[in-house]
Structures are given as structure tokens and as C-alpha cells.
Design a binder for this molecule. Structure first.
Ligand code: SUD
Ligand code: ADP
Length: 311
């Protein structure tokens, strides 16, 4: 079998069905109970052995990127490739562009609370492991993913899972139903660190986080209406403090008949649960008509994590 010269990995966005945030730890992170749910809104990362004749730079971007996504070694996908290269023996001084060309096609909103950067990092790990034939399994990539960011291991795993500690220690959860979502995208993004700082200001005495059994029961029973009732995000008041206009978006989704509505993670994207695909399209139309969001995207979950589609 010849080694692949081009590998493409498709990787999903996430929404947090429950985000329970405990007090700040000494390392600056917060202890979490973070119920992740992967949805069918995908970025794609393609890696190639560098072709010195065609090479312009080591990393290129397309899709819904905005100006906020770095095109240098600080891009999370580039950091992931560098970390893996280091682990398999490349030492400092090697230019990443000499090892790999990275192409990222983004559909996940940037700084939107849907973990697009983490998704790209997970995809780059899997793609480079395949390109370089490192022999790493997905479980063996998980510790490297955790070094890159708290949400990166989940982007490898996908489906529905609870993340504990800072979110990187994952346990799969059973979800017996396809959930249909509408995501209301906002103008601009929110900084995750800033939202956690606002959380500390608003709630200085946070209790230890606990998994919602109402939520796990609803997921196991496949009861979308009960899932809608159980959605909860401790970061929502902090996101609303920084972006008060999101309250109008949440109200518009509730008025339009969503089973539940929530700020996704650190925001500012808002997620609304629908009864089925048709209801999702109706909700999306109502939300767009309300003028309370930039645009909407419909997606379903759970879906698998980072998956090779070529190479
Ligand atoms: C809030 C969540 C919910 O899933 O994601 P987003 O909604 O932003 O995508 C996560 O907790 C974000 O995870 P991720 O974006 O990977 O965070 P990291 O890179 O590890 O950390 C970025 C910063 O967020 C804060 N942070 C993150 C995780 C955590 N358990 N406690 C924290 O306080 C810290 O200030 C940290 O410096
Ligand atoms: N590949 C990437 N895609 C998106 N953002 C990236 C990437 N690499 C680094 N970043 C930086 O990470 C920040 C957070 O991005 P993102 O993961 O999309 O948001 P969130 O943490 O809200 O889910 C962005 O503002 C950007 O500066």
C-alpha cells in the first residue's frame, strides 16, 4: 500500500447541552461538567506533503473565516501538526511548512462557542497522523488533543459525551434520538477567557458542578421535548452580560416555539432545539425574520467526531 499524499478530515462543531461551571482552580481553569453534543456543521482540514514548486505558505484558509483566524503558526491546526511532529521526533528548527501544507475550509462560526478552532486542531492531528503514518489510534491522539485545548478531545470523539475536569476527561453518553437544531449566528465573536472572567465576577461562589440526571434520562429516553427543558448553560448570564442583545435572540426562539434555547458554550451563537427537521426550518425562518441574528444554520446531532474522508 502506498502512503497517502493528501488526507482530508471532516470535523463537527459542538453545542453544550449542559455546561455546569465550578469555581476557578489554581491553574486558572474551571472545574466543569460539560455535556458536549456533536452536530452536522463541519470544518474540513486537508494536509498534503509539501510541494515546494507550488507552495505559497504552509497554511491556507477558505470558507467562513472572517479576519479573526490566524494564518500562521498560532492557528490551532498548525499547533496540532507541530505538536504531533515534535512527538514523532522532529525537533525545533524544522519549519512546519517543510513537513506539511495545511488547508482549512471553515463552516463553523469563528469564536462562536461552537469549538471551531478545537475542531480544526483535532482534524489536523488525525490528518497528520495518517499522512505521516505515525500509527497513532484516535485514543492515542486524545492526550495530545488535551494539551492543545480543553475541547479538542471531544472533537476527536464526537457523538454525545460528558467532559469533566476542564472538559477534557470524556465519558460517552447515550442519546437514542436525532436532535434537530437551529443555530442563530451573531455578529462578531466572544473570547472564551473573557466569558469565564465575567462568570467569576457574576458568580464568585460557584458550587461544585453536577451532571443533570434530567438531561441524561431525556437523552436515554430519546425525549427531545425533555432534552429541550433540561438544556442549561452556567456561562449564559456571563455571555448575556457581555452581549445583552442575545436576550432578544433567545426570546425570539422561545416565541417561535423552540423546545428549548440556550447560548452555545461561551457564545455568542444561540442554539434552539426543534421537534424535527421541518420544525427546524420553520424556526430558522422565524428567527431570520425577527432580525435578532446575523443568519441561521440548521444541523442535527449526534454525529461522529473527526473522520477521514480522503487519503
Ligand atoms: C466554553 C467552552 C465550552 O465547551 O468552549 P467554547 O464554547 O468557548 O467553544 C470550553 O470550556 C472552552 O474550551 P477551550 O476553548 O478548549 O478552552 P481552552 O483553550 O482550554 O482555554 C481557554 C481559556 O478558557 C478558560 N477555561 C477553559 C476551560 C475551563 N475548563 N476553564 C476555563 O476557565 C481559561 O481562561 C482558558 O485560558
Ligand atoms: N483554526 C482555527 N479556527 C478558528 N479560530 C482559530 C483557529 N486557530 C486559532 N483560532 C483562534 O481561536 C479563537 C477562538 O476560536 P473558536 O474555536 O472558533 O471559538 P470558540 O472558542 O468560541 O468555540 C479565534 O478567535 C481565533 O483567534
Amino acid at each position: 500500500m502506498t502512503a497517502a499524499t493528501t488526507v482530508t478530515v471532516r470535523v463537527p462543531a459542538k453545542v453544550n447541552l449542559q455546561l455546569a461551571v465550578g469555581p476557578a482552580r489554581e491553574d486558572g481553569y474551571h472545574e466543569l461538567v460539560n455535556v458536549f453534543h456533536a452536530v452536522s456543521l463541519y470544518d474540513e482540514v486537508t494536509v498534503r506533503r509539501p510541494d515546494s514548486a507550488a507552495r505559497v505558505s504552509g497554511i491556507s484558509l477558505s470558507g467562513a473565516t472572517g479576519s479573526d483566524v490566524p494564518q500562521d503558526s498560532t492557528n490551532l491546526a498548525a499547533r496540532a501538526a507541530e505538536l504531533l511532529a515534535h512527538r514523532i521526533g522532529y525537533r525545533g528548527g524544522v519549519d512546519l511548512g517543510d513537513l506539511v501544507d495545511l488547508r482549512i475550509h471553515k463552516a463553523i462560526p469563528v469564536a462562536g462557542g461552537m469549538a471551531g478552532g478545537s475542531a480544526d486542531a483535532a482534524a489536523a492531528l488525525l490528518a497528520c497522523a495518517t499522512l505521516w503514518n505515525t500509527g497513532h489510534t484516535v485514543s492515542e491522539l486524545a492526550p495530545l488533543a488535551a494539551e492543545l485545548g480543553s475541547d479538542v478531545p471531544f472533537a476527536l470523539m464526537g457523538h454525545t459525551a460528558v467532559g469533566r475536569s476542564r472538559g477534557e476527561q470524556l465519558t460517552p453518553l447515550t442519546c437514542t434520538v436525532t436532535l434537530h437544531w437551529v443555530f442563530a449566528l451573531a455578529h462578531g465573536g466572544l473570547s472564551t477567557a473573557e466569558v469565564y472572567r465575567a462568570y467569576d465576577r457574576i458568580r464568585p461562589q460557584a458550587p461544585e458542578p453536577e451532571l443533570s440526571h434530567a438531561l441524561t434520562r431525556a437523552l436515554e429516553a430519546g425525549d427531545a421535548a425533555a432534552v429541550g427543558q433540561a438544556l442549561h448553560n452556567d456561562l449564559q448570564p456571563a455571555a448575556l452580560d457581555l452581549r445583552p442583545e442575545l436576550a432578544r435572540t433567545l426570546q425570539a426562539g422561545a416565541d417561535a416555539g423552540a423546545l428549548g434555547g440556550i447560548v452555545s458554550g461561551s457564545g455568542p451563537t444561540c442554539a434552539f432545539l426543534a421537534r424535527d427537521g421541518e420544525h427546524a426550518r420553520e424556526l430558522a425562518a422565524e428567527l431570520e425574520w425577527s432580525g435578532t441574528c446575523l443568519r441561521t444554520v440548521c444541523a442535527h446531532g449526534p454525529v461522529p467526531g473527526a473522520t477521514r474522508t480522503q487519503g
